[in-house]
Design a binder for this molecule. Structure first.
Ligand code: ADP
Length: 393
């Protein structure tokens, strides 16, 4: 069976999963964390055994070396050539890449060029691509873009009402992210349920980063992230939507540069910024329970923003059949799901308190007019599927 490696390279981490396709069996999976530090950690799981080692890992090439060595040493592969394809998560595909794409020097250059609009992610995605190119040269490399699933969003939803020349010159528009996750959610709803539940879906990916996606007949028709992954929902440390005029106002008052503003919006805002407690929903819920008013306010804003997008996207879809929660918060936080759903009695949304508490797959009450689901996301599997599809074509 062909083996496909799914890779998600972040600024200081590298996650991997090796699949036997088309069976979609996970052979080995792991993570190099704290890349660039002397106390990095390499963990992997193979045949029920958990392996963990603390060591210095200077850069992504060293991390990839560790991974390729472990693939052989563990027995997951006998020969590197067994790995026919490597699918890389790439954050931004811009206007060019509306589909998964085989990596060539031209594609690599384009991914590098797109760093102007994705400075935090595209350069590190590229580091992963380059390192695997050196260490597993026989495997075909494929780029699976976060933005591609959203290429079906219509212009009325992706254009900003700025002077048109900025769209023409710089490609400034909504792109959307978390595409692999929302795509996976659609595939799971479609696999498990019939058309009465799979034609009008709202997928809420609530992790450290968070986005909502409206999916009609398997296609993204709107999503809350925008030109960058900063827009939309309140996130752990990201602001989500704010009146754009607030930014020059703060810049002038505080004498901030563009970089200072970016730092403020990406790293000091969101749940952390409002609560002053933490970016982690669990900590903020605990602080709220302890009587912290700012934690309570932060959660109210967080939930309200999710509700606003669900309401708007119900209009985009002309109704709602299935509401899905996924990612860290969506999969594990019963109180957040309960609070979000509480606003939608008028749509006939009703959840079963016990099923919700247990994080069951189907948390809707028997008489709910909308199905409410909790589905653990699986971005790596979408990367492997997409890679297989490109290699077969
Ligand atoms: P990322 O967006 O980095 O991929 P995840 O999807 O794993 O992250 O989500 C991480 C976040 O999920 C954490 O920051 C935390 O806020 C939240 N989380 C995880 N478990 C729980 C839980 N049991 N209750 C509430 N929030 C949780």
């Amino acid at each position: 069976m062909p083996k496909i490696l799914s890779v998600n390279a972040g600024s200081s981490s590298l996650k991997f999963k090796l699949y036997a396709m088309p069976a979609e069996t996970v052979i080995i999976s792991g993570l190099v964390d704290r890349i660039g530090h002397s106390d990095a950690v390499f963990t992997y799981n193979y045949q029920g055994t958990h392996y963990k080692k603390a060591l210095a890992v200077q850069n992504h090439t060293e991390a990839v070396q560790l991974v390729t060595d472990a693939l052989l040493a563990s027995g997951a592969v006998r020969d590197k050539q067994e790995i026919v394809g490597i699918g890389h998560r790439v954050a931004h595909g811009g206007r060019e890449y509306t589909q998964t794409t085989k990596i060539t020097p031209v594609v690599q250059q384009k991914i590098a060029d797109l760093a102007t609009i994705s400075p935090l992610h595209n350069p590190v995605n590229l580091l992963g691509i380059e390192a695997f190119e050196k260490l597993l040269p026989s495997a075909s490399e494929v780029a699976v873009f976060d933005t591609s699933f959203h290429s079906t969003i219509p212009p009325k939803a992706y254009m900003y009402a700025l002077p048109f020349e900025y769209y023409a010159k710089y490609g400034i528009r909504r792109y959307g992210f978390h595409g692999q996750s929302h795509q996976y959610i659609y595939s799971e709803v479609n696999r498990r349920y019939d058309q009465d539940f799979s034609r009008k879906i709202i997928s809420c990916h609530l992790g450290n980063g968070a986005s909502v996606c409206a999916i009609r007949d398997g296609k993204s028709v709107n999503t809350s992230m925008g030109f960058t992954p900063l827009a939309g929902l309140v996130m752990g440390t990201r602001s989500g939507d704010v009146d754009p005029n607030v930014l020059p106002f703060i810049a002038e008052k505080e004498n901030f540069s563009a970089a200072d503003i970016r730092q403020l919006l990406n790293h000091q805002s969101g749940l952390l910024g409002i609560s002053g407690v933490s970016n982690d929903v669990r900590d903020v819920l605990q602080a709220e329970a302890d009587g912290n008013d700012r934690a309570k306010l932060a959660l109210q804003i967080y939930v309200h923003q999710i509700q606003s997008y669900i309401a708007a996207y119900t209009a985009d879809l002309g109704g709602l059949q299935t509401l899905v929660f996924t990612a860290g918060v969506g999969e594990h936080s019963a109180p957040i799901r309960e609070r979000v759903c509480a606003a939608f009695g008028y749509l006939g949304v009703k959840i079963d308190a016990e099923a919700n508490q247990d994080n069951d797959l189907d948390i809707s009450a028997a008489d709910s007019r909308v199905k409410v689901l909790v589905i653990p996301t699986n971005e790596e599997l979408v990367i492997a599927r997409e890679t297989e599809k490109v290699l077969d074509s």
